[in-house]
Design a protein around this ligand. Structure first.
Ligand code: ADP
Ligand code: ZN
Length: 611
């Protein structure tokens, strides 16, 4: 079967291999197994149900919550020459009837449908279909604990009862345990196999600039956007008013920017989204309201003009960049003024303790001198024990010291208190403080009492924060913020591993805002696709191909990224195919796309090579 699948992959998608986890999932589902799939945005979830749909008899039913997402997926499949359609209440019932007829005749491989429509039609036309599998996309919508709960999703439990032998595959980019358990329980697929990958997005470079104010902040943003000339990106701001003023400021600097926020009339919001998706507007300045339900794969950068309220929001927003796997860049503007304002919101929020704590983790991320990806992933309880080499801290490393002994001191103090103390008390024990809270609990009799008295309080605080960021210890929000030692921490405590700290520096970078020099041509460093080939990408040609793509997209009324991803264009600009045969081997060029597009793209390449 693998051979057949690989042939289909090349033919329809223009890819040469599956990611290992994709193949595991595909063969499990084709064998009739249920699956719960947790992968980050851009992880390659779609193929996990689309390939089984192609391999199996009958039609696959894909449940999806948003019309825009369905339409995007159907357009993408059709571009690849795969017969797919979406049933929805916004389109003509006449069209819907025709789709239904095609499905019953076995002419469709995939049908996208909303959960309410699926449930409503179960006894109707759905009963007449030969169904290969059910895929539940954005499956976290089933959980009340999640951020996107949709009551209609909870009725999908009936599918397994009606179709006990038809595989169900549930997919989401949300990884927390409660949501995950909810998904299999509510869908009635308790025996489903769980497939989970790292939530790292290695192609997104993470950068922070500090304490810029007024004109310098504006100039830095403008410079950043100019470095990404012509590339799509999003600037996130805290308030609606700021989105408008920043967009105006950018336009005055000659940048093609528009604002977007929840207070705008619906028609204006839709128009702004449409223009962004079609590459007519390159920069959107938005509140967090922008981005949900947009699948645009060629967003190349995300800037946070203000600090987000938590690392969850931050990572979600950053994750809208680089879905195609090509390099993308995130820039966060950190200022203490934002912290003050966000603290106020958090205090007024009704869940002030949790929200203040989340904000403080966000702040620590911004202030940290430890690899930023390590901080992010350990925040999401993922083990990531090396530096990423794709963040500003890694590019501009601070001085390192051995932190093993210091960590062991701190963790033995934590362990000896039964893991029932917060940061300040642990430091007081280490420093041998005689304060009442310490002596009253008998902590002054612990062997670790006073072992760290040579290190000042603020320095210990920095080290303990680093231990949290490195994933040695964790803060238990539900237990008075007490410190808990993780499995990784225990390995260090028992001397099985060493760790490094960043040397404490009292005043690290203020207004100078050093940014590692960004590589304009970072798209040329695409990993994987040009592996083993010395060829380098020609940025001038890439630009020409992007214009070619844009012109075709306009003429056909579809989004440019649905024709070819940026990664596909980068491969063309590297290997410079000039014939149909050469073109057919490009990353992301399947048979249908080769047939449709080889002429204009090879013509552009030939012309460029002749110049
Ligand atoms: P998700 O739905 O998890 O966000 P997608 O299914 O949209 O991710 O895939 C992300 C990107 O990776 C898409 O551009 C997709 O075409 C590409 N991709 C997926 N699987 C493969 C593969 N096996 N080889 C090469 N590219 C792939
Ligand atoms: Zn790093």
């Amino acid at each position: 079967m693998q051979e057949k699948a690989l042939a289909l992959l090349r033919r329809y998608y223009g890819y040469d291999s599956f990611y290992p986890i994709q193949w595991q999932i595909i063969s499990h589902v084709v064998d009739g197994g249920d699956a719960v799939v947790l992968m980050p945005t851009g992880g390659g979830k779609s193929l996990c149900y689309q390939m089984p749909a192609l391999l199996m008899d009958g039609v696959a039913i894909i449940v999806s919550p948003l019309l825009a997402l369905m339409k995007d997926q159907v357009d993408a499949l059709r571009q690849n020459g795969i017969s797919a359609a979406a049933i929805n209440s916004q389109q003509d019932e006449y069209d819907n009837r025709e789709i239904v007829a095609n499905a019953i005749n076995g002419q469709l491989k995939l049908i996208y449908i909303s959960p309410e429509r699926l449930i409503a039609d179960l006894d109707g036309w759905i009963a007449k279909l030969n169904i290969s599998l059910f895929a539940i996309d954005e499956a976290h919508c089933i959980s009340q604990w999640g951020h996107d709960f949709r009551p209609e999703y909870t009725r999908l439990g009936t599918l397994k009862q009606r179709y006990p032998t038809t595989p169900i595959i549930a997919l989401t980019a949300t990884a927390d345990r409660i949501t995950r358990d909810d998904i299999s329980r509510q869908l009635g697929i308790d025996a489903a196999r769980l497939f989970m990958t790292s939530f790292d997005r290695p192609n997104i470079s993470l950068n922070v600039v500090h304490d810029l104010s007024g004109k310098t902040k504006q100039r830095t943003l403008i410079r950043f956007i100019e470095q990404h000339h012509g590339e799509s990106g999003i600037v996130y701001c805290l308030s609606r008013k700021t989105t408008e003023s920043v967009a105006t400021m950018l336009r005055a600097a000659g940048i093609n920017a528009r604002h977007f926020h929840a207070g705008m009339p619906t028609s204006q919001k839709l128009e702004t989204q449409r223009a962004f998706i079609n590459d007519e507007v390159t920069v959107i300045v938005a509140t967090i309201a922008f981005g949900m339900g947009i699948d645009k794969s060629n967003v190349r950068w995300v800037a946070h003009y203000n600090l987000p309220k938590s690392l969850e929001s931050y990572y979600q927003e950053v994750g809208r960049a680089g879905r195609d796997g090509a390099p993308a860049e995130a820039l966060l503007f950190y200022s203490y003024a934002d912290v003050i304002q966000l603290s106020q919101f958090a205090r007024d929020s009704g869940q002030s303790e949790i929200n203040l704590e989340k904000l403080s983790r966000m702040q620590q991320y911004a202030e940290s001198r430890v690899c930023r990806r390590r901080i992010l992933l350990s925040y999401f309880n993922e083990r990531f024990d090396h530096d990423c080499h794709n963040c500003d801290v890694c590019h501009n490393p601070p001085e390192r010291i051995d932190g093993t002994t210091l960590s062991q001191m701190a963790m033995s103090a934590i362990a000896r208190t039964g893991q029932k103390t917060g940061i300040n008390t642990v430091i007081e024990i280490l420093r041998g403080s005689k304060r009442a809270e310490v002596t009253a609990a008998g902590y002054d009799r612990l062997p670790t009492f006073g072992v760290g008295r040579d290190t000042p309080f603020t320095v210990w605080k920095s080290y303990i924060l680093q231990m949290i960021q490195l994933g040695l210890i964790d803060i238990a929000y539900d237990e008075n913020n007490h410190l808990k030692i993780t499995d990784f921490g225990r390995e260090v405590l028992y001397g099985k591993r060493r760790v490094e700290f960043t040397k404490f520096e009292p005043h690290v970078e203020t207004s100078k805002a050093k940014r590692g020099t960004r590589r304009r041509n970072d798209i040329a460093t695409l990993d994987g696709i040009i592996a083993g080939e010395p060829a380098v990408m020609d940025p001038g040609l890439f630009e020409i191909l992007r214009q070619t793509r844009l012109a075709i997209a306009r003429a056909r009324g579809i989004a440019p990224y649905l024709i070819f991803s940026d990664k596909a264009l980068a491969d063309m600009a590297t290997r410079k195919p000039t014939t149909q045969a050469e073109f057919s081997t490009v990353y992301g060029v399947g048979e249908a796309k080769c047939e449709q597009y080889w002429r204009p793209f090879t013509a552009a390449i030939i012309k460029h090579l002749g110049n």
